[in-house]
Design a protein around this ligand. Structure first.
Ligand SMILES: Cc1cc2nc3c(=O)[nH]c(=O)nc-3n(C[C@H](O)[C@H](O)[C@H](O)COP(=O)(O)O)c2cc1C
Length: 158
């Protein structure tokens, strides 16, 4: 198994989750790389198809985890814009996770999760749906954040 975690993170929370997931794979002697998407565009919520400045090659990965924060009740525009470039995900196992500020999933988490699940399906991936949604307060709770990253690891490796 060769795992890529492809994320956008403005203030570091989604990146922190990605690092915790990656360390579980590394501990299990599974290669896992984090690819942090960037854009030079001025970002606002709900922009469509912004330009991604990061070079991404997913050819050698059989498993891809996407992660995004919620902005304005849906996914921040970077990961959806990347997925709209239609990277080839056929034959790959994909799981999408979401980080959000509020504790209530209907304040953007569910919508972001659905969007990434649909977009990755459209790229031909075998999607493990409802990968996971974590709020800021759960991120600051050691046992909750550990359980969250473990559940993602388990869904991928089971
Ligand atoms: C422009 C903007 C809009 C946001 N809108 C929402 C929102 O609608 N719902 C929510 O729960 N959190 C919202 N948040 C909070 C982020 O989703 C949350 O802090 C996330 O974990 C940040 O991830 P990051 O540190 O990886 O950038 C918003 C944050 C920003 C910057």
């Amino acid at each position: 198994m060769n795992v890529a975690i492809v994320i956008y993170s403005k203030s570091g929370t989604t990146f922190t989750v990605a690092r915790k997931i990656a360390s579980l794979f590394t501990d299990a002697k599974i290669n896992c790389d984090i690819i942090r998407l960037e854009s030079k565009d001025i970002l606002r919520p709900r922009l469509k198809n912004i330009a991604i400045s990061t070079k991404v090659n997913l050819e050698n990965y059989d498993t891809v985890i996407f992660g995004t924060p919620v902005w304005a009740f849906t996914a921040a525009p970077v990961v959806p814009s990347f997925l709209n470039t239609k990277p080839v995900l056929s034959g790959k196992k994909v799981l999408n996770f979401i980080t959000m500020g509020f504790s209530l999933r209907f304040l953007g988490g569910n919508s972001a999760q659905r969007l990434l699940d649909v977009l990755t399906l459209e790229c031909g991936a075998t999607v493990i749906k409802n990968g996971g949604i974590i709020s800021q307060s759960s991120m600051h709770n050691g046992s909750k954040s550990e359980a969250f990253v473990k559940s993602i690891f388990d869904k991928i490796t089971k």
